[in-house]
Design a protein around this ligand. Structure first.
Ligand code: ZN
Length: 179
């Protein structure tokens, strides 16, 4: 007897209210600040499943692990794949405080992420609209929902302040050497 397999209906990522998006972004920004205190660029990401449960978290770990792949989004993806026991994320949502770079945007497309929500646009490296939109590129075979600009001002400030502090510190240490 031949059993015909009915194709599994793909469920959709959770629809978050504006209030919920702000609640998650507020939490992420406080996590991102802690990441910044560890000497990493202050970026943090979470992944929510279709019911809105957090199944992955990642802070930037590039310096700590000496790993070019240590971006927050990829750290979160690895954890969520392990918890989900799957590499497909069609019904999940990734939230991050800065627009993903080309490496992370590529990975999110490969992971079939259902939706990406980000805080600040990145006009220098952003790959979901800031410099290029990989999700709409002809190489993309996956239709990913994207929403940027959640707590844009606050998200931008954390990054800008971190780089400013870093510049001030390196100037101070240079001056102390000259003294
Ligand atoms: Zn990245």
């Amino acid at each position: 007897m031949i059993i015909l397999q009915t194709s599994k209906k793909l469920s959709k990522p959770i629809s978050l209210s504006q209030e919920e998006k702000i609640k998650w972004m507020t939490r992420l920004l406080s996590k991102a600040k802690l990441v910044g205190h560890r000497g990493e660029v202050p970026i943090a990401a979470i992944i929510l499943d279709k019911r809105g449960r957090c199944i992955g978290y990642g802070g930037n770990r590039r310096e700590e692990f000496k790993d070019p792949l240590g971006h927050a989004e990829l750290v979160a993806l690895r954890q969520a794949s392990w918890i989900n026991n799957d590499w497909r994320f069609n019904d999940c949502t990734l939230i991050v405080n800065l627009e993903p770079c080309p490496m992370c945007a590529g990975a999110l497309i490969q992971a079939r992420m259902g939706k990406v929500i980000y805080g600040s646009e990145d006009a220098k490296r952003g790959a979901l609209g800031g410099t290029i939109n990989l999700a709409e590129h002809k190489s993309s075979h996956h239709n990913m929902l994207i929403e940027g600009g959640i707590m844009e001002k606050e998200s931008r400030k954390i990054i800008v302040d971190w780089f400013k502090d870093k510049r001030d510190l390196s100037r101070e240490s240079l001056l102390s050497k000259l003294r």
